[in-house]
Design a binder for this molecule. Structure first.
Ligand code: G3I
Length: 391
């Protein structure tokens, strides 16, 4: 045997063993999580959500000085009378899921199309609901017009951003409760010390783009609550812990330089199979945000049921428990002033496409089912609002 083939065989063996060990570790980890989940899910089956009276979520929240609402799509709300019925019954606030994003508002670099968002703003006004805006600055390609990538550059980025915010915020000035001014600007995995995500805005304008956005929005509508909105802040994992730290650092920096920011939006896209929810960590985080003088909104709440048991009663119990356990802790903090679900009915949820169940059965993530009937998740919200302290 030549020396070369001896080394090749040793390398193959080594890599083979390494790969095998890695797979074993992954399988063991998966089994461990499954065991933890099963114990947790069994515990959730004993959790109860007794609700009295016929009050809506809107009324129950309002009784405690809270605002409750959901994200809606104009295409669904204008075509589905059952959806219209439950939204107008249950909600004190709505937020467009799509229509205030750049891809809807900016057909070309020099034109604005407010028709769809205006329809929703008028709908809110006609039904005595508040209206909130999402979002003025977001890097996500799926929410940007096609011209963005080929048009925006170092030379024109500042002016394009300012024009966008001035035009859109002035259009709704006096009619809007709050704006998600900057969305999802933190991504620790991008490796920067300040935790900022590498986006076109950061590349073209540097770290100041966040301050510019808030100042421009405040000048265009001095009355709107201006929000920084982000996800991945919920669990007791290294990833979420690092993100909480980076978001807090960002908020402290903005606060110390006098940026007109008024609130943190915690998206709260929760998971039915994430065993590492630690009430203490969420409590501490909300408290730290409140200590900066900021309000908190829970902006996009839902619970993914991707690998939960198929049985509907078991699954609904788990989802309701996740809602209640999270929200009851968040609402201990008086700075939390509003709660929104990212949709109201399982008929219209981004999770059907983005996180479908592995067995392909329909997801059951929101307070109402596909026929607009309340599920146990609705009871969990109602129960939690009823037991929240008044603010
Ligand atoms: O453009 C087509 C439209 O013409 C068509 O009517 C529609 C029919 O399905 O599809 C449209 O594209 C969709 C687009 O939203 C609308 O702009 C995409 O398929 C869809 O993937 C896209 O996803 C949305 C995403 O934001 C990007 O805007 C989700 O529905 C929406 O739930 C999601 O919302 C985000 C928040 O803004 C920020 N936080 C996370 C949250 C979930 O990802």
């Amino acid at each position: 045997m030549t020396k070369k083939s001896f080394f090749t065989r040793r390398l193959i063996l080594l890599f083979g063993f390494g790969g095998f060990a890695h797979i074993v570790v992954l399988i063991m980890r998966r089994i461990f999580i499954q065991i933890e989940n099963r114990q947790l899910w069994a515990k959730y089956q004993t959790q109860t959500f007794p609700v009295q009276g016929n009050s809506t979520l809107r009324q129950r929240a309002a009784n405690k000085g809270l605002i409750y609402g959901v994200a809606v799509r104009k295409s669904a709300l204008s075509a589905d009378t059952h959806l219209e019925e439950i939204v107008t019954r249950e909600c004190g606030i709505i937020v467009p899921e799509w229509e205030l994003k750049w891809n809807f508002l900016r057909p070309t670099p020099n034109t604005f199309d407010f028709s769809q968002a205006d329809w929703l703003a008028n709908f809110a006004g006609q039904h005595q609901m508040l209206f909130r805006g999402h979002t003025l600055v977001w890097h996500e390609k799926a929410a940007l017009p096609q011209w963005f990538e080929t048009t925006v550059n170092h030379e024109n980025a500042r002016q394009i951003l300012i024009t966008h915010i001035e035009t859109v915020v002035s259009h709704y000035a006096g009619k809007i409760h709050s704006w998600d001014v900057v969305n999802e600007a933190i991504e620790v995995a991008d490796g920067r010390e300040d935790g900022l995500r590498n986006t076109p805005w950061l590349e073209f304008l540097g770290t100041d783009y966040i301050d510019i956005a808030f100042r421009t929005a405040a000048a265009a509508d001095p009355k709107a609550l201006l929000v920084y909105n982000d996800y991945g802040l919920d669990y007791d994992t290294d990833k979420d812990r690092d993100k909480r730290t980076a978001v807090l650092n960002l908020l402290k920096r903005l606060h110390s330089q006098g940026t007109p920011i008024h609130a943190l939006g915690i998206q709260a896209h929760l998971s039915g199979s994430e065993p590492r929810f630690n009430p203490e960590k969420l409590r501490e985080f909300c408290h730290q945000v409140a200590n900066l003088g900021l309000k908190i909104l829970i902006t996009e709440m839902d619970v993914d049921d991707q690998d939960l048991p198929l049985d509907i009663s078991t699954r609904d119990h788990i989802i309701a428990s996740v809602y209640q356990n999270y929200l009851s802790v968040a609402l201990e903090e008086k700075a939390v002033v509003g709660i929104l679900n990212w949709g109201i009915s399982d008929k219209y949820t981004w999770l059907s496409a983005s996180k479908p169940r592995y067995d392909h059965f329909p997801v059951r993530t929101l307070p109402m089912d596909v026929d607009m009937n309340p599920k146990l998740a609705w009871n969990a919200l109602a129960y939690t609002f009823d037991h929240a302290s008044k603010r």
